[in-house]
Design a protein around this ligand. Structure first.
Ligand code: FAD
Ligand code: SF4
Length: 548
């Protein structure tokens, strides 16, 4: 067709009083307007960033696609609260952007058009909708990143990917910082982040305020009886409808849920409310009792913001900014150790783990430094064990889809490492059970920090302990059938013999690690008879692991 420039007036005249001579032009014009660069944009369940530049202006040539996909509910068995939380957050997000005037195709789980996977849904919509372009936000999971890359190679239309505008650092920042370096230390990365983003720095941009970078030493207090634990904020939503849907669609899940009182935040507003609640009630003691364990409550002084942040409903920079502002306004109440401890988790550990993930995947998912191959005890799925620390941490995880960091690291992770559980089994458990579990942050914490299966990329030594640490940091041992101080004999705490068994069997792998050299000296000083008794006790517990 020949191109002509029409004035708006001319177009209107054509539309109002069509002249047969102009009909071909008119037809072409209408088709062209309808087709004008129609773009399909994909939004994944963990990309619910309302602040993203995509949503600044509405654009009638853009359609957003969101889908509740079976590929996502089924790649691992998830906690019921996690599936409900993701789907309801996605629905609320879709509704929000629709209200703002964006065009959305939202496929609920039982929608007849819904294909079984995210990729098939994209293909289906592209074929059906005559789109001329496909765009997506870069996924945080390697699996989806690869799948979308592959799709890109197979499509005949232009495909573009965009940053999620969520993290402070880039995927490659950690790899670039440590290029050519033998050791990748979180602390080095964290200090660089503080400097790069001018967080808690003196005016020179090089010195931390107060001259001290890290208050980790002040963050290791046991929780005294007289300290009250604030009530967690609960959103009390009735979610029965979606629970019924999951059931009728045959989605297999783990864990429990109170369908009449679902308590996770599912919108940006609710996440901001949760942040505010944390700052007002928990921040004051966050760092101080960050490592404490008790059965007096499940959240203690933690924020519970990981789900909201990992789904990108709330951003790490706004969380850190709000914390710094709150501190500024309440300098007399909140001391620097609480603030620094919180900031370090978010701009330090969280961003560091993401950088490690992108630097080391896919090999990371195969690492098994110790060659561990034991099965996960079946009571990890029920919490039914006589060991109080484990029954509480696992029971709470099944009830709440939440455990705080030290429960994950020094109770469940510690026990699994001492026992020698295959990291694949453990990854499956951690990836399924926690509300905030997405592979980039789950696997780096589990396989890396907790299991040392990466041989020391994330951490410099294995996080293992006997009952000594668990007793020092919590009140579990007081109410346990096992005796915390006994290594052998009746009712000896299993952590104690398994702890020495771990060091003994991995001496060849750990002997050169100066951070654990002292443990081998202590072990050697015990003498052969005592060592034999301890190893025998450990062997007995391993053989009878299901009865513990
Ligand atoms: C074995 C194991 C598995 C883990 N799996 C996950 C996971 O799947 N998803 C996840 O988000 N975190 C994971 N973590 C890290 C940490 O336990 C959780 O981020 C934290 O418990 C979430 O609760 P919260 O929001 O109350 O955190 P808070 O204690 O309030 O901390 C504030 C924030 O700091 C960040 N943070 C703290 N520690 C870490 C860390 N080690 N890595 C990354 N971010 C951190 C989180 O975003 C968290 O919301 C895991 C830790 C271990 C030891
Ligand atoms: S005694 Fe051992 S098993 Fe019992 S709570 Fe303490 S560490 Fe856990």
């Amino acid at each position: 067709m020949e191109w002509a420039i029409f004035s708006l007036e001319h177009v209107n005249t054509l539309l109002d009083e069509p002249d047969p001579a102009d009909s071909v032009i008119l037809l072409h014009l209408i088709v062209k307007i309808n087709m004008a660069d129609q773009t399909l944009r994909l939004i994944l369940g963990d990309q619910l960033n309302l602040q993203h530049s995509w949503f600044e202006n509405t654009d009638k040539t853009v359609t957003y696609l969101m889908a509740e996909s079976r590929s996502e509910t089924d790649y691992v068995r998830h906690h019921i609260q996690k599936v409900v939380g993701f789907f309801l957050s996605m629905r609320a997000f879709a509704q929000k952007i629709e209200e703002k005037g964006h065009q959305v195709i939202y496929l609920e789980l039982n929608d007849h058009e819904n294909q079984s996977s995210i990729i098939d849904n994209v293909k289906h919509q592209l074929t059906k909708g005559d789109f001329e372009k496909f765009e997506y936000l870069l996924p945080d999971e390697y699996r989806l990143d690869q799948a979308l890359e592959e799709l890109k190679g197979n499509l005949s239309i232009p495909v573009e990917s965009y940053d999620t505008e969520h993290f402070l650092s880039k995927r490659e920042t950690v790899a670039e910082l440590f290029e050519g370096k033998k050791q990748w230390l979180m602390e080095t990365f964290y200090r660089q982040m503080r400097k790069d983003y001018d967080i808690m720095m003196e005016e020179d941009g090089k010195t931390p305020i107060t001259g001290q970078w890290n208050y980790d030493e002040d963050n290791r207090k046991k929780l005294p009886k007289e300290v009250d634990i604030p009530s967690p904020l609960s959103f009390q939503r009735d979610v029965q409808e979606i629970v019924d849907l999951l059931e009728s669609e045959g989605v297999k899940t783990i864990g429990q849920l109170d369908a009449a009182h679902f308590d996770w935040p599912l919108t940006r507003e609710e996440n901001l409310e949760l942040l505010d609640h944390f700052l007002q009630h928990q921040f004051i003691n966050f760092g101080r009792y960050q490592d404490a364990m008790t059965d007096r409550g499940y959240l203690l002084f933690h924020s519970k913001l990981s789900f909201g942040m990992n789904t990108k409903q709330i951003s790490p920079s706004e969380v850190v900014e709000a914390a710094l502002q709150y501190w500024k306004d309440h300098q007399d109440d909140i001391d620097i150790a609480q603030v620094e401890g919180f900031v370090r988790q978010i701009i330090g550990w969280r961003e560091f783990m993401r950088g490690i993930y992108w630097a080391k995947m896919p090999e990371f998912a195969e690492m098994n430094f110790f060659g561990h191959d034991c099965a996960l005890p079946s009571w990890f799925w029920t919490g039914e064990t006589k060991m109080k620390c484990l029954s509480h941490a696992i029971g709470q995880s099944l009830d709440k889809a939440y455990a705080h960091h030290i429960q994950r690291l020094m109770v469940t992770g510690n026990f699994a490492l001492l026992l020698g559980v295959h990291p694949d089994e453990l990854d499956e458990w951690y990836l399924g059970i926690y509300m905030d579990a997405i592979q980039w942050v789950e696997i780096t914490n589990t396989r890396g920090m907790s299991q040392f299966a990466d041989g020391g990329i994330v951490g410099t030594k294995p996080y293992v302990s006997s009952a000594n640490y668990i007793n020092k940091m919590g009140d579990y041992c007081k109410n346990c059938q096992y005796a915390k101080s006994k290594k052998t004999g009746e009712n000896a705490c299993p952590f104690n013999s398994l702890y020495w068994d771990f060091y003994d069997r991995h001496r060849d792998k750990l002997a050169d690690n100066h951070r654990v050299a002292m443990m081998f000296r202590v072990w050697d000083r015990m003498g052969e008879d005592k060592q034999a008794d301890i190893l025998e006790q450990a062997a007995f517990y391993k053989e009878n692991i299901e009865e513990l």
